[in-house]
Design a protein around this ligand. Sequence first.
Ligand SMILES: [Zn+2]
Ligand SMILES: [Zn+2]
Length: 106
Amino acid sequence: MFPREIVADRQAGTIDVTWDDGHRSLYTAEHLRWSCPCATCAGEWGRPGLLEGVEQLPPDEFRLADVRSVGTYAIAPQWASGHQTGIYSFEYLRSLCECEECGSAS
Ligand SMILES: [Zn+2]
Ligand SMILES: [Zn+2]
């Protein structure tokens, strides 16, 4: 599963991914931020993560500053808050797709 194209629109706060199978996923920054897989946000070794106990985050946390690619297998969004430890593998990213097709498949 590889993205053919990744377009991060900082203004709109969205990441638009076209996959090599032709599928297209549009992610909102907010959805991605809440899905951050890093140890701080998601927890590790049985410890709950930061995101489990909160319902709100400061607006800075949802503002995309940049999106880096990590090797050939993942992207790492950089947030205006400075948070950037979340590494979203392409597989994980694809599983976050919220389109009708993916939503109804699960
Ligand atoms: Zn995180
Ligand atoms: Zn989809």
